[in-house]
Design a protein around this ligand. Structure first.
Ligand code: ADP
Length: 743
């Protein structure tokens, strides 16, 4: 992946934006369990009453509570409340929410901020508990929440509150002191939770709508949760959009880069990578990268934030259950490690098998005619099947392993849930933990394990992508063997088109033997030189070296006094009209194919090229003329027509050098002769190199070079060679009558 990192660079800002959004999303999601805990703890268990500081309470109740406060504390409380007496008409408005006051004066809480509430809450919580205990102590002292022994100091039988009130200030203060220890031992949370019951009872007495208080709280908290979820959902959508853009953008850039690179490839590189593999690399492999990049951005940043954030919140909340989660995380990671070690090596195999399958399919499809003609369908099906079955086998194995991952992780996650409830239930029973907090812990645990799971899917996808990215990087980093020299020079003007082979030897990349051995010849400007020899003698190889489709292994090729490696490929190739052995037409029309050589060519030039190439007649016979469709690879024209169009294409260019690599082989003798006659006029001033098997086609050439097994075995005119070259004589006599041959 690192090798392709530079392709992520243009998207750096998009990626950073996505990461920022992920951070927000993760934090929003981490807030949810906390609110869930509050809904359970406060909304359900405490009836929506958040703290022990009541909104309203009767004066008599306040008096009783105030017995458990020191004077300073009492003053604090009083400053937070206003007293309203129903006897006064002005109080009616303020008291309308507490219809159950029964004529008694009522304290209403002033508007307080969180800080005031936090300060008053422990005072009220303790007082509510103590007052409740004192009431119970009258009936059964042992029931008084552990405060019975404190109250037992008070004379029994009498009303505890009156006795307390009657006590001298110092004695009451010492009693309050004594109460604070057992009360504080409960902890403020538990104290508040217990006191809230008394607050609700007071609300009920006052005729306040307690159900509305509860519903209000739940709706408020639920509303916040909904809002958080919506926001985090929004972030998630944005991140997905951004990540997909980065993925798709990178894929586009990579495809472009690979394509550009491949167009610069010489035949050596095509031989090295194979066309099938290049196609797989620029489609399948790039798609892998696209998918992984999109997921990578979403998960690789999000999961750790959730996992670490969740842990921090758990530890911050002082939860004792973090170790359970720790164990779950360790188990998950071990599982992932095992799965990775099993699957990783096989991903590379898969990609190679996909290559192979592509290669076989390509070959079968393009060779279908031959396969049918020889009735080899069953064998070829078997060959295809073998590759297919092998790929299926490996893919199935990988899928099975991956299929195990999810359920196992789910098992771990749910097992963790059960463990938390188990351990948590004991803590709830011991009043160390509230139910809502336990639920929040469960939620955090799920989030953390989910994050690990996400990371694991990522970790599984990564090796695939890294295999793919290596395969793409291999192409991108391949340096074409044939390149412009750093200090290119131009041909001398005017260009004459003289070609000289000096001791040229050539070996195909990877081949064991040289295909050409020390070839020496000169093609004079304007001269026609023919290459002849048995199949495999190296004729095509010689002409392919001229436009530098391959590079000489030893020796030099000079053109107009310049080594062809010193000029730019563009310059060199623009001087040559090359008609390859295998005619290649591109999909489009006759015209578009001809204009491939020169898109500025005049209409008349196209027609004259067609005429010379003996193609005018069949193009004119078509109702669409030059607009006649040419399907991909020229599948809708005959071999001979294809050759003629491909010759016409070279003619449109009007180059100073023509290379015809066995370009007349598919023509009948008559057309061949007519074409050569017309060509001779057209190419009069040009240098022409012709590869041919037909002696009759080349008899008139100014120079004939005879090749055999990569060596030059004869050079001269027809007449000279008939005398001096045994091989040439043999070829000539096998094709021509003696009279024709010696003519
Ligand atoms: P000709 O055109 O005379 O029929 P070629 O020039 O096509 O012969 O081939 C000359 C020799 O080079 C042959 O022995 C052939 O097997 C070998 N050859 C041709 N193309 C390649 C290639 N791409 N890789 C390896 N060897 C090749």
């Amino acid at each position: 992946m690192i090798r392709l990192a530079k392709y992520a660079k243009p998207y750096l800002w998009t990626i950073l934006l996505a990461v920022g959004l992920l951070f927000i999303q993760a934090n929003l999601e981490l807030m949810l369990p906390d609110y869930l805990g509050r809904i359970v703890n406060t909304g359900i268990q405490q009836g929506g009453v958040e703290n022990a500081v009541p909104q309203a309470l009767r004066a008599s109740r306040m008096d009783r509570l105030s017995l458990f406060w020191l004077d300073a504390e009492k003053a604090q409380v009083m400053s937070a409340y206003d007293l309203f007496d129903p006897a006064e008409p002005s109080a009616a408005q303020a008291l309308k929410d507490v219809p159950g006051h029964g004529g008694e004066a009522v304290y209403l809480r002033k508007a307080l901020d969180q800080e005031d509430i936090a300060r008053l809450n422990p005072l009220f919580a303790r007082a509510w508990m103590a007052a409740g205990a004192l009431e119970k102590a009258a009936a059964s002292p042992e029931d008084a929440a552990g405060l019975g022994n404190v109250f037992s100091e008070l004379p029994s039988g009498a009303d505890g509150f009156q006795t307390l009130q009657a006590l001298p200030a110092a004695q009451r203060a010492s009693l309050v002191e004594k109460l604070s220890d057992p009360l504080d031992a409960l902890g403020e949370t538990m104290l508040t939770q217990s006191a809230v019951g008394a607050v609700r009872a007071e609300y009920a007495t006052l005729g306040m709508d307690t159900a509305a208080v509860q519903t209000g709280y739940i709706i408020r908290t639920g509303g916040i949760m909904l809002l958080l979820s919506l926001l985090s959902g929004g972030c998630s959508i944005l991140v997905t959009v951004l990540a997909s853009r980065v993925g798709a953008g990178m894929a586009r850039d990579l495809r472009r880069a690979v394509f550009q690179k491949v167009t610069a490839f010489g035949n050596a590189e095509f031989d090295r990578f194979s066309t099938a593999s290049l196609i797989t690399r620029s489609t399948n492999d790039i798609t892998q990268i696209q998918l992984v990049v999109a997921v990578l951005i979403r998960i690789v940043f999000y999961a750790p934030i959730i996992a670490v954030g969740g842990m921090i919140r758990l530890l911050g909340a002082g939860s004792v259950m973090w170790w359970l989660i720790g164990v779950a995380v360790i188990v998950s990671f071990s599982l992932i490690a095992v799965i990775m070690s099993l699957s990783l090596p096989r991903y590379r195999v898969v990609q190679n098998l996909v290559d192979r399958l592509n290669r076989i399919s390509r070959e079968l499809l393009s060779g279908m005619m031959v396969v049918r003609a020889f009735n080899r369908q069953p064998d070829e099906e078997k060959r295809f099947d073998q590759a297919n079955v092998e790929l299926t086998g490996v893919s199935l194995f990988l899928n099975r392993i991956m299929a195990m991952l999810n359920p196992t992780m789910m098992l771990i996650m749910n097992g963790l849930g059960v463990a938390i409830v188990w351990v948590g239930s004991y803590q709830v029973a011991q009043a160390n933990l509230q139910v809502g907090d336990m639920m929040a812990v469960t939620q955090y645990a799920m989030q953390i394990v989910m994050a690990v799971l996400m990371l694991s899917t990522m970790i599984v996808a990564l090796p695939r992508a890294s295999v793919s990215s290596d395969r793409i990087a291999d192409v991108l980093e391949a340096e074409p063997a044939i390149q412009d020299a750093p200090d290119v020079q131009g041909f001398p003007e005017p260009f004459r088109g003289e070609i000289e082979f000096r001791n040229v030897s050539f070996r195909y990349p990877g081949a064991e033997e040289d295909a050409l051995h020390e070839i020496n010849f000169t093609v004079l400007s304007g001269q026609t030189t023919a290459l002849i020899g048995p199949t495999g003698a190296g004729k095509s190889t010689v002409v392919n070296l001229i436009p530098r489709l391959y590079e000489v292994t030893a020796g030099e090729i000079w053109m107009d006094g310049v080594d062809i490696r010193r000029v730019s490929l563009y310059d060199l190739r623009s001087k040559i009209g090359y008609v390859p052995q295998k005619s290649v037409l591109l999909s489009g029309t006759v015209e578009s194919n001809l204009r491939y050589a020169d898109d500025q060519a005049a209409e008349s030039a196209l027609h004259s090229a067609l005429e010379i190439a003996q193609a005018e007649a069949f193009v004119a016979a078509n109702p669409q003329g030059m607009q006649m469709d040419i399907s991909q690879g020229g599948g809708n024209v005959s071999g001979g027509q294809k050759q003629r169009l491909s010759i016409a294409r070279a003619l449109v260019r009007k180059p100073p050098i023509y290379i015809f690599d066995d370009s007349f082989s598919a023509l009948d003798f008559q057309t061949d002769a007519a074409l050569r006659r017309a060509l001779k006029q057209e190419t009069g001033g040009s240098t022409v190199l012709v590869v041919s098997q037909r002696v009759s086609s080349i008899k008139d050439a100014g120079q004939i070079i005879v090749l055999d097994e990569g060596r030059m075995v004869g050079k001269g005119t027809h007449a000279e060679l008939m005398r001096s070259c045994a091989l040439y004589r043999e070829i000539a006599l096998s094709q021509l009558s003696v009279e024709e041959a010696v003519e």
